[in-house]
Design a protein around this ligand. Structure first.
Ligand code: GDG
Length: 703
């Protein structure tokens, strides 16, 4: 990120990596001064904060949980409190350098609450967030007691980035289930905000690795590092000596024990490779204060010892084990000297080692064995993809890699190099920043739709000029507020008068367009000069005419959807199914409220795939989920209504997403108004039912 934040003239806010108590004030001042020169803003942490926030909640709770190690996840209210307070510290430090119009990019699982903390104080700042580790499936995520708080924190961002689509998908499912927010494509609609989410597979500084590898090859022997000289000596001992490389932080997610066992299995199965093949294993010490890491270290030490004990000899050590971190130069020497990279994490957000190995193979030889559980596997189809829990498969893949013809290695490596070079770290960062600006623009377009005095004047002026007007009005949530019991939402006197006044104007042709059943609406509109479209467009009645319906609709899908709804009825006491002519409705108004909401989100999630595959639609109303045929909706009905008529002013108002069909289908010149400050296909937004009545009142007066 170093070159990136400088390119944008930015500041880098972070923990400098040392405990505050370990340094004198003078030393801390020096650290701060040096960091200041680089435009870095330090946030100092105490031992206690490092212990509870970093090693605690970040690495004992979120890290294991997000990597599906639920048995390791520690749910501890004390560490959670410190996680919150350190996130607040980071947010405050960021806010102190921010100005309106700036952008912030927050990184990773240690700072999940920071986006919301910044957004709530600085709404005019654009916030991006990137998660470097996997986002787990909802079934795993839900086990966290503070699940809602974490998601709320993330949703403070305008753009959320993940390495791969699977993580994004899990995140969407979690948001849907926990909050029920509407998600269309990659946009989450949260009250009056739109949040974008997308996959950005992180890249590496390709040229840096490639050029360093080239330089390594070109160095005269005496200038080479000790490690490199030893590696070369090793190859000289016998022409068919081969090296397999393994590099990671010593972390239980990286599948190091499985890898060692697979290597042992390989030596057992293919004795002809003993004395020829060595596994070079670099395990970088990491999070040593956390007990699971200490246990892992013990296990790895023992496994290495047992393999070397079993297969080693005076001249042959099957596993070269380095438990330390090596300088960059050595890393490059290992990448460029090893014939095979064995990368077998049981879970890994991306895994950059795989990409670095590719970049360092200047002569295009080399084979990668890669776990399908690493995000990077999605981009590396040319690697040998394995399941890290299948030791036999891994042992076979080692054999396949060591015996792969050079031509094939080169062909595969060329494809990999082209791809990894193209989408490098700079491209990754620029793509993210580009999307961040896009998120900002979408949000400001959205806000620009609010009807202000100027727009209002224009709309009223157009109204008075027109001679033949079609006015489509949704009922619930547009003309009236929602009631606990829907049957109590009959028109009040003010509404009756408002409609009567609109109807009086002979230039107006008014249509009520609603999801309600026809009997109710007909009763309520008795005495009014209006047309009615009911059940989202299934039934239509022109003023003075009779009810008509579309006849050629198939209901065969109902047999497939009914059992799903029945299952939800069984699991949600108080809920029931209503079968309409062309739709199935699951009502949960009488269910226990929280359970009802939870199940409704679950049901929507479950139906999502089904509906798109069968051209159905899910209509979400007030305490109801309705599944209906995709061919009928308010949009189709409104368009049918306009057919062969010659209106010079078309106005449509509605509040929920069933009205979006109408906004989308109506001619471009129609004035479409969404009630509520939500994302919409409509041209304008009005905030409430009161605002709608006021607006219609203004039209009446002007007319
Ligand atoms: C997290 C996610 C995601 C390793 N040993 C040495 C050394 N390294 C460098 C490698 C590489 C980096 O450390 C490791 O990156 P990974 O991506 O493999 O894994 P994590 O540290 O777990 O990173 C991961 C990543 O974030 C980025 O989003 O890919 O999934 O878990 O760059 O080269 N560097 C030096 N000496 C070593 O001994 N100099």
């Amino acid at each position: 990120m170093k070159s990136i934040y400088k390119e944008y003239n930015g500041s880098w806010i972070g923990w400098p990596g040392v405990a505050r108590e370990d340094h004198t004030t003078k030393e801390l001042d020096q650290i701060d001064a040096l960091l200041g020169k680089e435009n870095c803003v330090p946030v100092h942490l105490s031992h206690e904060e490092i212990n509870l926030y970093y090693e605690g909640f970040s690495n004992r709770t979120i890290w294991p949980l997000f990597h599906y190690f639920t048995q390791y996840a520690d749910f501890n209210a004390d560490t959670w409190e410190v996680y919150k307070s350190v996130n607040q510290k980071m947010a405050d430090a960021t806010i102190s350098v921010l100005e309106d119009g700036d952008s912030v990019w927050v990184h990773d699982y240690q700072l999940l609450l920071v986006p919301e903390m910044i957004k709530s104080k600085k709404p005019n700042v654009t916030v991006g967030f990137f998660l470097h580790i996997p986002f787990p499936s909802y079934e795993v995520f839900r086990t966290l007691p503070w699940r809602k708080e974490l998601i709320k924190g993330m949703l403070g961002a305008d753009l959320l980035g993940f390495h791969v689509y699977d993580y994004e998908r899990h995140f969407f499912s979690t948001v849907r289930r926990l909050f029920g927010y509407e998600i269309s494509f990659n946009q989450i609609h949260v009250e009056d905000r739109i949040i974008l989410a997308d996959a950005f597979p992180m890249g590496i500084d390709y040229d840096k690795f490639h050029d360093a590898a080239l330089a390594t090859h070109q160095k005269p022997l005496q200038e080479k590092s000790r490690l490199h000289q030893e590696l070369e000596k090793y190859f000289l001992t016998s022409p068919d000596r081969r090296l397999i490389l393994s590099i990671d932080r010593l972390d239980y997610t990286k599948g190091i024990p499985n890898r060692l066992k697979a290597f042992a299995r390989f030596l057992e199965k293919y004795p002809e490779f003993r004395y020829k093949v060595t596994l070079v294993m670099l395990a970088v010490p990491s999070r040593g204060q956390v007990d699971h890491y200490q246990q892992l270290k013990k296990e790895v030490d023992e496994l290495v010892g047992s393999i070397n004990g079993l297969y080693g000899s005076i001249n042959y050590t099957p596993v070269w084990y380095f438990y330390r971190s090596l300088p960059f130069e050595n890393l490059i020497e290992l990448y460029s000297s090893c014939d095979v990279a064995l990368i077998t994490p049981v879970r890994d957000g991306m895994n950059l080692v795989a990409k670095e190995y590719v970049a360092s193979r200047t002569n295009k030889s080399g084979v990668i064995i890669l776990s399908e559980m690493a995000g990077v596997a999605k981009e590396m189809g040319e690697a040998i993809i394995i399941n890290p829990n299948d030791e036999n498969d891994m042992a076979e893949s080692i054999y396949q890699a060591l015996t792969m013809p050079l031509d094939e290695q080169r062909e595969r490596m060329s494809f990999l190099q082209d791809r990894i070079k193209r989408y490098d770290i700079f491209k990754w960062a620029h793509e993210f920043v580009k999307s961040l600006f896009k998120a900002r623009d979408i949000q400001s377009d959205f806000l620009a739709k609010r009807i202000n005095t100027k727009i209002q004047k224009q709309l009223v002026a157009d109204y008075t000029k027109s001679k033949n007007r079609a006015i489509f009005l949704d009922y619930d949530g547009t003309l009236t507020r929602f009631r606990k019991n829907p049957q109590d939402a009959s028109p009040d006197e003010e509404l009756h008068n408002l409609l009567k006044n609109l109807e009086k104007d002979e230039h107006n042709d008014i249509t009520l367009i609603s999801g309600r059943d026809r009997a109710t609406l007909e009763k309520w509109m008795d005495g009014h000069k209006v047309n009615l479209i009911c059940e989202h467009g299934v039934w239509v009645k022109d003023f003075g005419g009779t009810w008509k319906t579309l006849t050629n609709i198939s209901n065969s899908w109902m047999d497939m959807v009914r059992p799903i709804l029945e299952n939800f009825v069984d699991r949600t006491p108080g809920s029931f199914i209503e079968e309409k002519n062309y739709s199935l409705v699951w009502h949960y108004r009488k269910a226990e409220p929280e359970q009802g909401e939870l199940r409704a989100n679950e049901l929507k999630d479950e139906l999502t795939n089904l509906v798109s595959n069968h051209n159905l639609e899910i209509m979400e109303g007030n305490k109801v989920i309705e599944v209906k045929n995709g061919g009928i909706n308010k949009g189709v009905a409104a368009l049918n209504f306009l057919h062969n008529k010659n209106y010079d002013y078309v106005l449509a108002m509605g509040d929920d997403w069933t009205d979006e069909f109408m906004f989308r289908e109506l001619p471009r010149e129609a004035i479409t108004i969404k009630v509520g400050l939500k994302h919409t296909n409509a041209t304008y937004n009005l905030e409430s039912v009161d605002a709608v009545r006021e607006f219609l009142g203004d039209l009446v007066n002007a007319g």
